[in-house]
Design a binder for this molecule. Structure first.
Ligand code: ADP
Ligand code: MG
Length: 359
């Protein structure tokens, strides 16, 4: 059975005469042991979805299952899941070790076992030396680790994390990505990580679900979602995208590429199974377009345009190209890798590696 399953789950909040539908109809199955990301813009219903899984909210309709068991109506403390809240919610007057031990003490776990388990989990999150400190004396990253340790110490069936890296500065956010992944692999617990940051979801998740307006738009491995976005929303939200419209002229060949006439003229090959005559939306990622100042010798997938703007972005340079006759988007965004340029006097440089001086 899936670790977590949502079946036609909906949630409408009612306050007085006002009703807000946060989750419309959600179907979702999270595989045991996977790192699952729930990705979507602010207000789309991510936190509500976590609270429905944890039992802090009850669905207006539908069923929530944990490891196959229907837990609809079961209170949070009787569900085998823990939550790491956005603000960590640590007890300020308790030490790190006491924060982590809190749940075990309340369940009357023997003292020796508590000491062992707290020690093990603090080792795992690399906080052994901070056991006797209070949260206020810890950095943001360390507080995050305490919250993680406290939520994992009783080995829940699943861990729900609501924007767990949201409060950290950008550098720490990046380090903690790898940390969270490592901890998840070592404990083998199912993680559901809520974020509005598409880079975070792509980098961390085994699978991710993209959510908008209380509904899931697409679920899949990061590369699937990035390479084959299900609709224009997913294409635009997960990574930069050029969105075009056109009509299928010739059905897909053996490789799965159909010929599509873009609105306004030029034809390109595109991965679609749609029949000739069908109107289609196309996505082209900026890094999939090559820019050439000279006429390329192949006639396929060639558009002519004028560079309007270039922006140096470090690893890539971004070009904005005005293309004649492409209906929807007359401007294409193109990324070109900035290869390492050999410095003057350099004898040999590997392609793409930083230039080196004389040896
Ligand atoms: P996200 O976490 O993706 O930002 P939320 O689940 O917090 O989204 O909110 C989804 C929608 O539900 C929003 O419109 C929000 O204002 C509304 N909402 C969330 N919690 C409540 C609540 N307790 N009462 C009323 N409306 C709520
Ligand atoms: Mg939220």
């Amino acid at each position: 059975a899936p670790a977590i399953a949502l079946e036609h789950v909906a949630k409408t909040y009612r306050t007085g005469r006002r009703a807000v539908t946060a989750v419309r109809s959600l179907d979702l199955a999270v595989t045991p042991g996977e790192y699952f990301a729930l990705l979507g813009p602010s207000g789309c219903g991510k936190t509500t979805t976590l609270r429905l899984i944890a039992g802090f909210e009850e669905p207006t309709a539908g069923t929530v299952r944990l490891a196959g068991r229907d837990v609809t109506g079961v209170p949070p403390n009787r569900r085998d899941v823990n939550t790491v809240f956005q603000n960590y919610a640590l007890f300020p007057h308790m030490t790190v070790a006491d924060n982590v031990a809190f749940g075990l003490r309340r369940r009357r776990v023997p003292t020796a076992e508590i000491r062992r388990r707290v020690g093990d989990i603090l080792d795992l999150v690399e906080l052994t030396g901070a056991a006797d400190r209070r949260p206020a004396r810890l950095s943001g990253g360390q507080q995050q680790r305490v919250a993680l340790a406290r939520a994992l110490v009783n080995r829940p069936g699943a861990l729900l994390l609501d924007e767990p890296l949201g409060a950290l500065d950008p550098v720490l956010r990046h380090t903690m990505r790898a940390e969270l992944k490592r901890v998840q692999r070592e404990v083998g617990v199912t993680f559901v990580h809520v974020t509005h940051d598409q880079g975070e979801a792509l980098a961390m998740a085994d699978r991710l679900a993209v959510m908008a307006d209380g509904e899931l738009r697409q679920t899949g491995a990061p590369a699937e979602v990035y390479e084959r976005p299900a609709d224009r929303f997913v294409a635009g939200f997960v990574g930069a995208a050029n969105l075009l419209t056109g009509t299928v002229r010739a059905a897909a060949d053996a490789d799965g590429y159909a010929l599509v006439g873009l609105d306004g003229g030029p034809q390109v090959r595109a991965a679609t199974t749609a029949a000739p005559g069908t109107r289609v939306d196309l996505t082209v990622r900026p890094e999939k377009i090559r820019i050439s100042a000279v006429e390329p010798d192949t006639a396929a997938d060639r558009l002519r345009g004028t560079v309007r703007d270039t922006v140096y972005q470090g690893p890539v340079t971004q070009y904005t190209v005005v293309v004649a006759g492409t209906g929807g988007a007359t401007e294409l965004v193109v990324h070109r890798q900035n290869a390492g340029v050999p410095a003057a006097g350099t004898e040999r440089t590997e392609p793409g590696s930083p230039a080196r001086g004389d040896e």
